[in-house]
Design a protein around this ligand. Structure first.
Ligand SMILES: C[S@@+](CC[C@H](N)C(=O)[O-])C[C@H]1O[C@@H](n2cnc3c(N)ncnc32)[C@H](O)[C@@H]1O
Length: 286
């Protein structure tokens, strides 16, 4: 099984994993319900964008448009916001949710590796938890730079190697045959993908000024089922080997016992946001 490849396979991403928001929703539910951070993730990201009246924004890999749906009342007037995703299903869901919001949203299927926009089109480009899906990062980042205006700003959110470490260990109990790639995923060797640890190296090739902001959070999970829902929403569940119902029942029981004993299962989060600009560094760290 070669999982790190599957999560960069455009056909799998468009037609399976992100055909609709269902899988992403199961994962986001765990974060939403059991986060310990006071500020929700999408609100925290929006705070960093510092959008002003009239800003032209492009989001690549917008998913179901949560960044905008969760901050709808905070969008300044006259912003022009173009929301794109590789998955036509995601674009359709985003359009349904936002087309009558009263803001100037545009919706389009697009691959970040070949953006269908002229040079110097946007003040802000956002790639929120999507660059690790991109097989050709240098091309994608050159495309972002191309469509950004000279003084434009790029925001790229991603995870670090410790992100959800305990959760993937539970995944190993359900999919022991995934041991090799999960160990690879959790190790420094998985450096071809875009992570907090190596993101600056990738970005430096294109942007002179880069800052990293970390989101301070961990999960305190008090129910077993959302953990299982999360794991079954990942590409692990797309593998040939599926756990037997008895194995799932045993893992569920073990998680429930752990929650009864410790009040909650604590899961590490390791998430952050790179800020990149062509001409000026980030002046007001939050
Ligand atoms: C983990 S989801 C994040 C969605 C959204 N940005 C959020 O934070 O809620 C990743 C999204 O990136 C999209 N995606 C993956 N590869 C892409 C590519 N090469 N170009 C554009 N979008 C892509 C997927 O279809 C999916 O909707």
């Amino acid at each position: 099984m070669s999982q790190p490849t599957i999560i960069q396979d455009a056909d799998y991403l468009q037609n399976n994993q992100y055909k609709s928001s269902a899988n992403l929703d199961a994962r986001a539910a765990l974060h939403r319900r059991f986060r310990t951070a006071v500020t929700p993730w999408q609100v925290w990201v929006f705070d960093h964008l510092e959008l002003r009246e009239g800003t032209a924004v492009l989001e690549c890999g917008c998913g179901p448009g949560w960044l905008w749906r969760e901050n709808i009342a905070r969008i300044p007037p006259d912003c022009h916001i173009t929301l794109t995703d590789l998955s036509a299903g995601m674009v359709a869901e985003t359009k349904t949710a936002l087309q009558h919001s009263g803001h100037d949203f545009r919706f389009q299927s697009a691959n970040i590796q070949k953006l269908p926009f002229p040079d110097d089109s946007f003040d802000v480009v956002i790639a929120n938890h999507m660059l690790y899906h991109v097989p050709d990062l240098p091309t994608a980042l050159r495309e972002v730079r191309r469509v950004l205006k000279g003084d434009g700003r790029f925001f790229a959110a991603t995870n670090g190697q410790n992100h959800l470490r305990e959760l993937w260990q539970i995944g190993l109990e359900l999919w022991p045959e995934a041991n090799d790639w999960l160990q690879q995923l959790l190790s420094a060797e998985w450096s071809f993908s875009f992570q907090l640890e190596n993101g600056k190296e990738w970005l430096t090739a294109v942007f002179p000024h880069i800052s990293l902001f970390r989101y301070d959070d961990h999960l305190a999970v008090t129910e077993a089922e959302p953990i299982l829902d999360f794991l079954f929403s990942t590409s692990l569940a797309g593998s040939n080997h599926q756990p037997e119902p008895e194995t799932v029942a045993q893992v569920r029981q073990k998680l429930t016992q752990q929650i009864t004993r410790d009040s909650a299962i604590h899961i590490t989060k390791d998430t952050g946001l790179f800020y990149c600009s062509g001409i000026r560094p980030f002046l007001h760290p939050l």
